[in-house]
Design a protein around this ligand. Structure first.
Ligand code: DGT
Ligand code: CA
Ligand code: CA
Ligand code: ZN
Length: 584
């Protein structure tokens, strides 16, 4: 275990002791120990090895022994026993604002409450209010605390977090004391969801910056307000950490707090192999006690280069082998948002979209897109007003008329989001499908099939000659519903074998197929298209969320179909459908 992991354990011990009503001095000793450990500049491994924990950091015998045991074995018998002796539901009650260990003990003893759910019921039924030392007001406060905790406990979509994060960063950058400022953490790594926001600022005068940060308009609660670190909670429930460091330390802190943890571990190992110790404070010879001889890094790129590595973009810092690849100069040139020249899979008023063909085309033209394509629902999605064969043929005609009219410089392709029926057949007649420029095949019905049935179903749809791409592969809705079960590798192989694209559905709630699958799939030859699944013109901008997914999946321009020019797309569609003649 490293320093911060051990500090977490010590803090947890303090909490457990508090719940058991132990001696306050003992409790404080663990809390102080955790803090000391967190700010310890010397290398823990060295101190343990040399038996100098007590001498250098001033830990007492008992604490030094526990830290050593945790460091060497990753566990602690004392801690395990302590944990087992306390009801776990009581520990989680500590997270409720205004509820300390003393009150929790009383609730447990007097009402026999063992979990937050039971506590909630007891508040609602009035039994908490009638308890001595509690009262109606306290019960109400606990209840609202429980409700807030549910809202605060959850993760947030990256897209929603961005709406909060961007103005904060702009605000920070505008402060006169700020030399440099950046996002960090999972937000900077462009994870699909984020737990909290992290900001790193370079400045010699942190105080006014902290003041500004905790006094922002939509801050609902200040959870920490220190000299160099503050944390706040916004109205949305999203929490944000700010750390201010001296300019010379900025690159190191930015790298450290961008993470991921796994990436940092791999980087530290790499540094150690060169006799260096890397941390948020700097990169110094292992044998140095402090960072006065740290290497100088003006940017993160300098840190990587000190370790003989190519620069690794934040999106790739997930501890998935990126260091080894950077060592051999193999980091790809990742896709950029401005390479996107159009998009497929968009809905219009013909099915469940909010904008007409013309309105969507106008918006696409404003974005500078060379083309965009319709993909309204097919008839099996009747709740979305899906199109039957006749309506599809009608829509093709209006699209041709619009293209012929020359009203817009953006070309419109005629496509469909055709339902994949339960048995893997497609929802429209073959002639209809072949009359379209392209077909996005998606599952919206019979989603509860087992893995092997679903896999076979998707492969059958892939093998249909009209299928151009697969829509939202797993059907997941982030933070709400798991995707359906399927064998992704088999479906990917079938798509490659049949020249079918698998989309990155760029709706911020979907981001499906997930970035974790893309690196390997693209290596095998799979193409993607970044599709906004727009249901109104403003949704075209979802494409940027899809670009994040592509970048996290190590994709470059060459892997992405909608980076092709209009002429190239036309050629690709014609190749797939030789001799195709529109039904007039
Ligand atoms: P999140 O907020 O759950 O979406 O994920 P992150 O990655 O933003 O995590 P967060 O906010 O706890 O910390 C930001 C980064 O700082 C994290 O990716 C790595 C670094 N970091 C923070 N705390 C620790 C720690 O205790 N140990 C290590 N090794 N790294 C840490
Ligand atoms: Ca974070
Ligand atoms: Ca954080
Ligand atoms: Zn769909």
């Amino acid at each position: 275990m490293n320093k911060s992991d051990i500090a977490d354990v010590l803090n947890e011990i303090a909490t457990l002791l508090e719940l058991k009503g132990e001696n306050p001095f003992k409790i404080r000793a663990y809390q102080n120990g955790a803090r000391k450990l967190e700010t310890l500049e010397s290398d823990l491994a060295d101190l343990v090895a040399e038996g100098r924990l007590k001498e250098v950091a001033g830990f007492g015998d008992a604490l030094a022994q526990k830290i050593t045991e945790l460091h060497e074995t990753g566990g602690l018998e004392f801690f395990e026993k302590l944990k087992a002796s306390v009801e776990p539901g009581l520990v989680s009650m500590l997270e409720i604002p205004g509820l300390g260990a003393k009150k929790i003990k009383a609730l447990h003893k007097e009402l026999g409450l063992k979990s937050i759910e039971e506590l909630k019921e007891a508040c609602e039924s009035g039994s908490v209010a009638s308890l001595k030392g509690f009262g109606k007001k306290t019960a109400e406060k606990i209840l609202s605390g429980i409700e807030n905790r549910e809202a605060y406990g959850k993760r947030h979509l990256w897209w929603d977090a961005r709406a909060v994060a961007e103005p904060v960063l702009e605000g920070l950058k505008a402060l006169p004391e700020v030399v440099e400022a950046s996002h960090a953490g999972s937000f900077r790594r462009k994870r699909e969801t984020v737990g909290d926001l992290d900001f790193i600022v370079a400045s010699e005068t942190p105080k006014p910056i902290m003041e500004w940060f905790v006094n922002q308009d939509d801050v609902k609660e200040v959870t920490a307000h220190g000299e160099t670190k503050s944390s706040v909670r916004f109205e949305s429930g999203l929490q944000a950490d700010l750390r201010v460091v001296p300019p010379a330390q900025f690159a190191f802190a930015l790298h450290h707090f961008t993470g991921s943890k796994d990436h940092n571990v791999a980087m530290r190992q790499r540094a150690l192999a060169k006799g260096l110790s890397l941390s948020e404070w700097g990169l110094k010879p292992v044998e140095d006690e402090d960072f006065s001889n740290s290497k100088i890094a003006k940017s993160e790129a300098d840190i990587f280069s000190c370790l003989g590595l190519e620069y690794v973009p934040p999106e790739l810092r997930e501890g998935m082998g990126e260091i080894e690849i950077a060592e051999n100069g193999g980091i790809p040139k990742l896709l950029r948002g401005d390479s996107i020249r159009g998009s497929f899979h968009n809905h219009t008023t013909a099915s469940d979209g909010r904008c007409s063909l013309e309105e969507m085309t106008e918006a696409a033209e404003t974005l500078g897109w060379e083309y965009w394509g319709t993909a309204d629902h097919s008839k099996a999605s009747f709740q979305a007003n899906g199109l039957d064969d006749a309506r599809v043929l009608e829509q093709i005609k209006s699209i041709e008329a619009l293209n012929d009219s020359g009203r817009f410089s953006t070309h419109v392709f005629a496509g469909i989001e055709c339902d994949i029926l339960g048995d893997g057949t497609l929802d429209l007649a073959d002639e209809t499908l072949m009359a379209l420029d392209y077909v996005v095949a998606s599952v919206h019905i019979s989603m509860t099939q087992g893995e092997s049935e679903m896999t076979k179903r998707l492969i059958r749809a892939i093998e249909h000659p009209a299928t151009t791409m697969l829509g939202h592969l797993t059907g997941r809705i982030l933070l709400r519903r798991e995707g359906y079960k399927l064998d992704v590798a088999k479906v990917v192989d079938a798509a490659i074998a049949n020249g079918v694209i698998i989309e990155i559905n760029a709706n911020p709630r979907r981001l499906d197929m997930d970035w974790r699958f893309w690196r390997q799939a693209a290596d095998k030859g799979l193409l993607t298209s970044i599709n906004p699944d727009a249901h109104r013109a403003e949704h075209f901008k979802f494409v940027s969320a899809g670009v994040n997914t592509a970048r996290k999946g190590w994709l470059s321009e060459k892997h992405v179909f909608n980076t092709l020019s209009l002429a190239e797309v036309k050629q690709a569609f014609a190749r797939r459908r030789p001799g195709l003649d529109r039904l007039k």
